[in-house]
Design a protein around this ligand. Structure first.
Ligand SMILES: [Zn+2]
Length: 594
């Protein structure tokens, strides 16, 4: 099969590609406890949530008429019954885990599989699956509250409850569904329209910043609220979802990636979203008839998934595959659900022409602690947020969390401050230092094993240039406990400036005389992007253009062109551009697109 030209044909082709790969990972050995599971090549385990594959498998059975997909769906369902299903009606996240909140997503998957494809199953199987769905929705009804898990859990409960009500003949679950949806609408939407509660659910931080995670919002919370609204005809919630996507879409990039490095759960962030969620295609499709920008976004998002697919599986980030890592199939079976949901909708999907480009200007998001600049071909974002997730913080301190050029794509991006396995079962280990290199631009002071870093400062300030083409940030260099170096406070003043074809960064250091810190600005460039040294720095070939890197004073800088560093969040390789700085010796870096 070759890729088609319509969105629906492309989605079907991608689903077939992913489906064949997932099928090849399905254990067919007659070994109790393994048979039917999807064996992950990266994690060398069967992920507890591989039950998600039932929906894409049945969608493929529908489109191809092939019996093998029905068998695959039944086998993976039975694996889940044997290994992650519990007596109280829940499913647990992993065979060795006890987190059962994910029952809400498994129930939605099972409910949607039955709603669209029950006729493909043997009648006895369909009846057994309905019974299992009733047990799961009963568990949600008895145990879920607004404080269950992060906000994407209670925000998804309405869809699960409504599916249970419709498919299991339990209308008493509908008022509960309505309660959850109303509670999210009334208590968990920020002033700028972002659902919050991915982390702190009690309210904003001291700076007025809410715990917002773009990835979970667009890929789980909003799609599942849209599903609920469509199931019961709740126009108020559908309007809320439409407003939510309007709020988030300025962060969508033309290549289908998302400017989300500032988000509270960015530790699960790949360029296109989150590993354990469904993707934003179903939510965008539900709103596409109302919001033309959502219809237009379908193409970019699908393109991003296509571009991140290698050897039949969805990879986390654009450079992950060329780095040679095995890939976790969790990305694929979760996002295959999203493709199936897209293809299960009435066809053709709403479409629209090209949308107007965002005009130059500054967008301030006080409720996110984020400032975005659009200037000519550039997009840039900066974070001064003071909110984290558990003990982990996304980069802040006025750091640049994205620099994008329309002709080249991403040039700078945020990673985690330090690569940590916040959710070990849902993240990749990075054994080599070069594979967990911090990608967020920052100023770092080192002494022995201790570091004081600008990206940790939750009290940084940011001022926008009067013409809107730059920002000045002032950050304190602090350790993990937000304390100063022993010799006293050190501040970095950074002036980011965009012109038509270049970005300049001027950094001055304020602190005790004699100290020497480092300005780190890793520039995204795949390992096969050719680079040569120049008198002022280096020239790299990216996307058919040349990128000039220059530093003043040049003898302070290094930009090794042999080999690349990498970070799994968000899956990019980069040239580790570094420059030494002292209080009496400011530095100026210039990145020019030619
Ligand atoms: Zn895996």
């Amino acid at each position: 099969m070759t890729p088609g030209t319509t969105l629906e044909e492309r989605a079907e082709h991608l689903l077939q590609t992913w489906g064949e790969s997932l099928l090849s990972l399905q254990v067919r050995e007659p070994i109790h406890g393994l048979h039917g599971g999807l064996l992950c090549p990266a994690c060398a385990r069967v992920h507890g949530r591989c039950l998600d594959a039932i929906r894409p498998f049945l969608s493929l059975a529908r489109s191809t008429g092939e019996e093998r997909w029905i068998r695959a769906a039944i086998d993976v369902f039975e694996w889940a019954e044997a290994r992650v299903s519990t007596a109280d009606g829940s499913w647990v996240n992993e065979i060795d885990g006890d987190w059962s909140g994910i029952t809400v997503f498994s129930a939605i998957t099972l409910g949607e599989a039955l709603r669209h494809h029950a006729d493909l199953l043997p009648p006895a199987t369909a009846a057994a699956w309905r019974q299992r769905l009733a047990a799961a929705v009963g568990f949600i009804d008895h145990t879920f509250t607004l404080t269950t898990g992060n906000i994407n859990y209670p925000a998804s409960a309405p869809a699960a409850l409504a599916l249970g009500a419709q498919l299991c003949g339990r209308p008493e679950w509908l008022p509960r569904a309505h309660e959850f949806a109303q509670a999210v609408l009334e208590r968990h939407v920020s002033p700028k329209g972002f659902v919050w509660g991915e982390g702190n659910k009690t309210g904003p931080s001291a700076r007025g910043v809410f715990a917002v995670d773009l990835g979970y919002n667009i890929e789980e919370t909003l799609p599942n609220l849209a599903l609920y609204a469509e199931l019961v005809g709740d126009n108020q919630i559908l309007t809320m979802v439409a407003d939510g996507y309007r709020a988030h879409l300025p962060f969508l990039l033309p290549d289908g990636g998302w400017d989300a490095g500032w988000a509270t759960r960015q530790f699960k962030w790949t360029w296109w979203g989150s590993r354990t969620s469904d993707g934003c295609l179903p939510g965008l499709a539900a709103i596409a008839g109302r919001v033309p920008a959502c219809a237009a976004a379908l193409d970019a998002v699908l393109h991003g998934l296509e571009k991140s697919t290698h050897a039949g599986l969805l990879h986390p980030g654009l450079h992950h595959a060329r780095r040679g890592f095995p890939v976790c199939c969790h990305h694929t079976f979760c996002h295959a659900k999203g493709l199936a949901a897209l293809l299960d909708r009435p066809q053709p999907l709403p479409s629209t022409g090209p949308q107007p480009l965002e005009a130059d200007g500054v967008s301030a998001y006080p409720d996110l602690g984020v400032t975005r600049l659009r200037h000519g071909p550039w997009r840039a974002s900066f974070s001064t947020a003071d909110i984290g997730y558990g003990g982990s913080y996304p980069p802040t301190g006025g750091s640049c969390t994205l620099l994008w050029h329309d002709a080249v794509g991403p040039l700078l991006t945020a990673s985690m401050i330090d690569y940590q396995l916040i959710e070990p079962a849902n993240m990749e280990a990075a054994h080599r230092e070069a594979d967990r290199y911090p990608l967020t631009p920052e100023i770092v002071l080192r002494h022995g094993a201790s570091t004081w870093r600008s990206v940790r400062d939750t009290q940084a300030t940011l001022t926008v240039d009067p013409d809107g083409a730059g920002v000045i940030t002032r950050a304190r260099l602090v350790d993990a406990e937000l304390c100063n170096p022993p010799a006293g406070p050190v501040h970095a003043i950074s002036h980011w400036r965009l012109t038509h074809n270049s970005m300049t960064l001027e950094v001055a250091l304020q602190g005790p005389a004699g100290l020497e810190a480092e300005v780190s600005v890793p520039v995204i460039a795949a390992g096969d992007a050719a680079g040569v040294a120049t008198t002022a720095g280096a020239r790299i070939a990216v996307a058919g253009r040349s990128i000039d890197l220059a530093a003043e004073p040049s003898d302070n800088a290094e930009m090794p062109l042999d080999g690349r560093v990498f970070n799994h969040v968000p899956g990019f390789e980069a040239i580790p551009w570094r420059c030494r700085i002292r209080p009496d010796r400011p530095v100026r870096l210039r990145l020019t697109v030619i």
